[in-house]
Design a protein around this ligand. Structure first.
Ligand code: PLP
Length: 422
């Protein structure tokens, strides 16, 4: 029989891909811990934790076993009119680790829908109170997902041209820097006097898809404070930053001002099953709580709060809170700091940055986001047994918390040897 890569090409259509230019997909047959195994017997270190999901390692028994037990107990039940122990337990556990103002959880299926629900909460929050606020605010180059609402608020809509006419009404502000924050605040003060902005969605501290762009917490804090004063709901999209990656449980933990709404997915379920959660404050929830049916949030997905996904999330939180994982996070942070000293002055390196276990560097070379040189870099890493996914001229590491020092060294060596020829 032909290999997976050949059979794949007959019927499958892959995400974020132009199949005429990139017809070949690599067949992966197995994964364990930080290692991926392909169908030719090659191994790769998963340097990006399969898009920041399997932070406790692939096929971790401490995640898989409880889910397997749950599978035999209760697989799926409609979450409208019914409830179940995994969802209840998860809510009790997740609320403990979320910022203290988060009081209610709304389930959906992925990061885009978590953002979508956050946007709907913000719009309906004002609608329910008879206020006409229909504009959303977002950062330039942000990424919040690929469904229509999430796509609309994403500034990074490189290839979204065909849909641009159907986007929600969104205005943008630049990422805050020490140099521009005064101007941004002055602009917002003026803009907010029109009282028509419903909500502000942002990726706290790190913009993932933009190339792990990191920005000023202090400036963000000032923006959030001003927006909350004007009753603009603040929506922290922590789909990428959530669950320990920034060195704290959530990026919002680094800030004094807490968001009104939070979007969670990716590492939420430890990479085992898809699920999204949108959390909010009591105040947001109360704007929907009414004798009028129509004031409820009429949004629902078939697999809402799937018991298996909830069980995986619960097991993930237990791991995140464990001493072992917390020590690993500190170890990886230190390891990246040492690596940074080795390469930050390299002539091919324009700049480096780190937030928790997220490490990124920009090459001193102009490159297209999905161009030829970028593809050559990707291949270089794979040939060296490392799965990294450069974004334009940005190379970043976001490895599982269980990665060993030896595996980290392999990643660092692959990056250094790329600098020799790039
Ligand atoms: C990945 C991502 C999303 C979208 O999540 P999906 O599960 O891919 O739909 C939204 N926001 C951020 C910040 C992300 O990193």
């Amino acid at each position: 029989m032909a290999n997976l890569s050949k059979r794949d090409q007959q019927y499958l259509w892959h995400p974020l891909n132009q199949h005429k230019l990139h017809p070949e997909m690599l067949g992966i047959v197995r994964a364990k811990g930080s290692i991926l195994y392909d169908e030719h017997g090659n191994e790769y270190i998963d340097g990006i934790a399969s898009w920041y999901t399997c932070m406790y390692g692939h096929c971790n028994d401490l995640i898989v076993e409880p889910v397997f037990r749950q599978m035999k107990q209760l697989d799926q039940i409609v979450f409208s009119g019914f409830t179940h122990e995994p969802a209840v337990k998860l809510s009790e556990r997740l609320i403990q680790i979320l910022p203290g103002n988060q009081q209610k959880l709304f389930f959906s299926d992925n990061g885009s829908t978590a953002a979508e629900v956050g946007i709907k909460m913000a719009l309906q929050f004002h609608f329910n109170q008879g206020r006409k606020r229909q504009i959303l605010l977002a950062f330039e180059d942000s990424f919040h997902g690929d469904t229509f609402g999430a796509m609309s608020v994403s500034g990074l809509s490189v290839y979204n041209g065909p849909f641009a006419d159907y986007f929600l009404d969104v205005e943008r502000i630049p990422l805050p820097t020490k140099a521009n924050i005064k101007n941004v605040i002055a602009y917002l003060k003026d803009r907010l006097s029109q009282n028509n902005i419903a909500g502000f969605i942002y990726e706290p501290l790190v913009q993932g898809a933009a190339g792990m762009k990191m920005y000023d917490a202090n400036g963000l804090g000032q923006i959030l404070a001003l927006l909350q004063e004007h009753d603009v709901l603040t929506i922290a999209d922590e789909v990428m930053t959530g669950f320990g990656k920034t060195g704290r449980n959530f990026a919002s933990d680094h800030l004094e001002i807490k968001p009104d709404i939070m979007c969670l997915s990716k590492a939420l379920t430890a990479g085992l099953l898809p699920m999204g959660i949108t959390s909010c404050t009591q105040r947001v929830y109360d704007a929907f709580y009414s004798e009028e049916l129509s004031k409820g949030l009429f949004h629902g997905h078939t697999y809402t709060a799937n018991p298996l996904a909830c069980t995986a999330a619960l097991a993930g939180i237990e791991l995140l809170e464990s001493e072992e994982i917390q020590e690993n996070i500190q170890r990886i942070i230190k390891s990246h700091q040492n690596f940074d000293l080795e390469i930050k002055d390299h002539p091919k390196v324009a700049n480096t940055r780190q937030c928790g276990i997220i490490y990124a560097l920009d090459l001193n070379i102009k490159m297209e986001r999905y161009g030829n040189l970028r593809d050559k870099l990707f291949k270089h890493f794979m040939d060296n047994g490392v799965f990294l996914r450069p974004l334009g001229n940005t190379i970043y590491i976001l490895a599982p918390f269980v990665i060993t020092n030896e595996q980290l060294r392999v990643i660092y060596t692959a990056i250094k040897s790329a600098l020799d020829w790039v």
